[in-house]
Ligand binder design. Structure first.
Ligand code: DX5
Ligand code: ZN
Length: 219
């Protein structure tokens, strides 16, 4: 029996004209975390939101804010996002020259530190840094857009990272992001995931559907 996964709705699929209401609705529907996708139009081919939006949403947040930074260079912006209220900050190894230094800096600034794996990124990136990591985020799509199809090729990577985490003996969250539906959620949890990001699968159908959508992801 796998433990109940953390469900982190991605606000990318929310109504951006009513973000505060959307945050409250999704929390009332059972969200464990809020997943916030930050894109710069350079590291990924899309632009979303910045630290001012995180700051504006913070008073509405009763659960941790899980901030996924898809920006390069990432280091100059860590402080702004953590001051704005990010509780967990995840970075791509490709978004700066010194991943170890970046992770240490995130913790120094008072947040939990995460590493994000693109579909092409190897688990070996963190082999010598398990002590610096609080969360591992496996992308099951290429980052940049919601609504894409889950890449089953990433399940073996989730299993490999599960083994690395277990061998480390450390309490590291293993999160999956992209194309998560009730069906693919099961595959991720069976592969060892403990947290699931979902945009489309949570926000489809509007606020009246959020609680059932989240329950369906929990299985
Ligand atoms: C994409 C983002 C994801 C995205 C997931 O780069 O990191 O968080 O919002 O959206 P769905 O669940 O629709 O695939
Ligand atoms: Zn994300």
């Amino acid at each position: 029996m796998s433990p109940r996964p953390i469900i982190a709705p991605s606000l990318l699929a929310a109504d951006f004209a009513r973000l505060g209401e959307e945050v409250r609705a999704v929390q009332a529907a059972g969200a464990d975390w809020l997943h916030i996708d930050v894109m710069d139009g350079h590291f990924v081919p899309n632009i979303t939101l910045g630290p001012d939006i995180v700051k504006a949403l913070k008073p509405h947040a009763t659960v941790p804010m899980d901030v996924h930074l898809m920006i390069a260079p990432v280091d100059p912006f860590l402080e702004a996002f953590i001051e704005a209220g990010a509780d967990i900050v995840s970075v791509h190894p490709e978004s700066g020259p010194h991943l170890n230094r970046t992770l240490k800096r995130i913790r120094q600034l008072g947040a939990r530190a995460g590493v994000v794996f693109n579909p092409s990124t190897s688990p070996s990136v963190i082999e010598w840094m398990m002590d610096e990591v609080d969360l591992i985020l496996v992308m099951s799509i290429n980052p940049g857009f919601g609504g894409q199809t889950f890449m089953h090729s990433q399940l073996a990577k989730i299993e490999a990272l599960r083994r690395m985490i277990d061998a480390s003996g450390r309490d590291i969250v293993l999160e999956v992001d992209g194309g998560v539906t009730p069906e693919t959620a099961r595959l991720c949890v069976d592969a060892g995931a403990t947290a699931l990001v979902a945009g489309t699968a949570v926000f489809r159908g509007g606020p009246d559907a959020y609680a059932a959508n989240i329950a369906a992801l929990r299985g």
